[in-house]
Design a protein around this ligand. Structure first.
Ligand code: C2O
Ligand code: CU
Length: 487
């Protein structure tokens, strides 16, 4: 107990001495249940129409003792800047790879030509620059960029390569919503890691981290003004889902999904986010006293996502301190309101016109297979092949895809190029929290999920888009297929 107390005191002293360096954190304890917090790192923003990104190796003080080897874009020690783009802009990105090996950078959620997409085929060799350019066609919302090199995605993500993209448009800008970045509009990137005894990220089979990171900060805290605050949350995990809520079980409001605003705010006390999904939420801190605090927490996510027997704690490698438990992801200290405080919830946000079954011109099914014994998870008994085209879609088709999971494990299903509408879940109703435009959907065990999308604008007989499980270990294992959109 004396040693533990000493560790806590030393940790606290370190945090205090580092409190001005917001990108330097330390974790004196394991699960964040201690009262010692580190200030949440808010990634800097890049604006304009030309974006320069440089991915390089870095280090970060994540734990007491040795620093951890990490990757970051533009000098960040984990993760990278938030790109702010306007719908309708023609943007150019210069992405330089200063790692010692190839990588790729994918614009997750973007509706762009396949050759610009940054999937496994758009290699950026070490020491080179890739310069895609495209029109921003997506709605205002929260998107992200991350490496997508086949068999390396998990590794590159684990080291911290990634960043958020915020798209703005006139509809969103006209609403009375919080939008002062870092003040009442806060990016939250959730993930977790395991460490070796020398504080390196443990790249072995363990996909569920013991140590939670929010924007690359362990035991993160932030001061937020007593007013409506917007949180843009990304599940950037390897495998874990998050069943999120506040420690006093207060009601909060989902205003956006992967592909932009919902028609109107949806009141919830919990929101489930599987890997790759984004939600924008509004939480009212207006009735909280300045000086009070609360936590944003994950609540027994294994049970919430319907994993048989909960998240896999029992099978050695997968066991995690955080599985099937409640744990904080952000400690919130309430401070005085800002002069531009948003004090009311908008009744209406936008008018989306979703595809319905009546619009569908073609249907296909994708069956989750594999995963037994040493066999990797796959789709339709096909592992990813670099030159294997699994689906061919006619340009302008409105397609219904039904993803069927009579397998042994839940998966996070992502389609490049398009945003879809979830029209049914065989287990029951589609959640109101996932009723907007989506590019990633959770498919639990025993369930079939149907989504509808239009594959418009971009056709190519040679450049394919990906669909895959967003658990990066499954994706690396071959749970990925390719589709062409052709004239
Ligand atoms: Cu975020 Cu193909 O992925
Ligand atoms: Cu999977």
């Amino acid at each position: 107990h004396k040693i533990l107390a000493l560790v806590i005191i030393l940790g606290f002293a370190f945090v205090v001495s580092c409190s001005k360096q917001s990108d330097t954190t330390v974790t004196p304890t394991t699960t964040g249940t201690t009262a010692t917090y580190n200030d949440l790192w808010i990634p800097p923003t890049l604006t304009g129409t030309t974006f320069t990104l440089t991915l390089a190796k870095s280090t970060k003080q994540l734990r007491t003792g040795a620093v951890t080897n990490t990757y970051g874009y533009n000098g960040a020690s984990f993760w990278g800047p938030t790109l702010i783009m306007n719908k309708g802009d023609l943007v150019k990105l210069n992405v330089t790879n200063n790692l010692s090996e190839a990588t790729t950078t994918h614009w997750h959620g973007f509706h762009i030509p396949a050759i610009m997409d940054g999937g496994p085929h758009q290699l950026i060799e070490a020491g080179t620059t890739w310069s895609p350019s495209f029109e921003v066609k997506n709605n205002a919302g929260t998107y992200w960029y991350h490496p997508h090199l086949h068999e390396k995605t998990k590794e590159h993500l684990t080291y911290g390569a990634g960043g958020l993209i915020i798209i703005k448009d006139p509809i969103e800008s006209a609403l009375a919503l919080p939008r002062t970045y870092g003040e009442d509009d806060i990016p939250l990137v959730l993930t977790s890691r395991n460490y070796t005894s020398t504080n390196a990220f443990d790249l072995s089979a363990r996909a569920y981290g013991d140590y939670q990171l929010t924007n690359g900060t362990s035991s993160a805290q932030v001061s937020l003004p007593k007013q409506y605050v917007r949180l843009r949350i990304l599940n950037a995990e390897i495998e874990r889902g998050y069943n999120l809520g506040f420690s006093d079980n207060r009601t909060f409001y989902v205003i956006g999904n992967d592909g932009g605003l919902l028609d109107a705010p949806v009141a919830v006390t919990r929101v489930k986010m599987m890997v790759g999904e984004r939600v924008e939420i509004l939480v009212n801190l207006g009735n909280d006293a300045a000086g009070s605090s609360l936590d944003l927490k994950a609540y027994n996510s294994g049970q919430a996502f319907g994993f048989p027997g909960g998240e896999p704690n029992s099978t050695g490698d997968f066991g995690s301190l955080l599985n099937n438990t409640d744990f904080p992801v952000l400690h919130i200290n309430v401070k005085a309101a800002t002069p531009t405080a948003i004090t009311a919830l908008p009744a209406k946000l936008t008018t989306n016109t979703y595809w319905t079954t009546a619009d569908v011109t073609n249907s296909r099914t994708i069956t989750i297979t594999g995963g037994q014994g040493a066999t990797a998870f796959s789709f339709d008994n096909n592992l990813y092949g670099e030159t294997k085209i699994n689906q061919t879609i006619k340009l302008n088709a409105i397609e219904k895809w039904t993803i069927t999971n009579n397998n042994i494990f839940g998966h996070s299903f992502h389609i490049h190029d398009i945003q879809f509408k979830i029209i049914s879940r065989s287990s029951g109703a589609v959640g109101t929290h996932e009723s907007g435009w989506k590019d990633t959907v959770y498919v639990p065990v025993g369930e079939s999920v149907s989504v509808i999308a239009k594959f418009d604008d971009f056709a190519s007989s040679t450049n394919a888009y990906m669909y895959h499980c967003h658990f990066s270990n499954h994706e690396d294992g071959g749970m990925m297929g390719q589709f062409l959109v052709t004239q």
